[in-house]
Design a protein around this ligand. Sequence first.
Ligand code: UDP
Length: 248
Amino acid sequence: MATPASPNAFEQPAWQVAQVLGVQVAVAADVLEAALALKEQGGGQIVTLNAEMTMAALADPALGGAIAAADLVIPDGAGVVWALKRKGYRVRRSPGIELARQLLVEAASRSWRVALVGASPEVMALVSARLKKEIPGLTLQFSVHGYQSPEQWPGIEQQLLEARPDLVLVALGVPRQETWIQRMHVHQPGLWMGVGGSFDVWSGAKQRAPQWMCRLQIEWLYRLVQEPSRWRRMLALPEFAWAVLRRG
Ligand code: UDP
């Protein structure tokens, strides 16, 4: 885990670290600034934490370990923001999909090498083409879909490291994307971030919940209607709320 980065020795760190049910999460005035400070410091792993993932981290030591070792864990979820508020931290919700997009825009203006990993072959083809069109100057150094055979991964991983990317966005689903990044980013410069379903949304294959649902904090309901098979995973939401009310 990196020490919260500060732009220089005389300035405040770009974020402070709090805990939700024992899982670390950053309290930052501006998550983009925090991510850029981390890049300046030599890079690291960015995790986007929500209630479901917090409960998964408590049940799965591999995921819990990856989040504990991550360098910047942003509060991506109304539940995590609520839990922080109960502890006296006032933070805004920072959706990972928005930070990832902002980082792509920064990457284009700073001539960073970008790598995209994950999602279906169709989504990856669409998203690569769309991003190049929508973000002028973006250097997509490397892109690979997430449904490779086990024998193909070692070669892909080697090629990715040889590309020395400054920004790697990984859509392999939780917990795989977090544990994969934890293993891959060691001694690597650059920012490595798990982005879940972001490529599906950017490609147009899936929709984000409308703003009014986000405001009412029922984005989870929209996701459930789009993907009913998620219902079992979503039982983690009331479990999270109950655990926070009990344990603080
Ligand atoms: N995914 C992948 N390979 C896999 C499983 C999933 O590339 O073996 C991709 C999937 O296509 C999607 C992304 O991982 O684009 C995130 O999946 P999901 O929405 O289930 O993410 P989560 O909610 O777990 O973050």
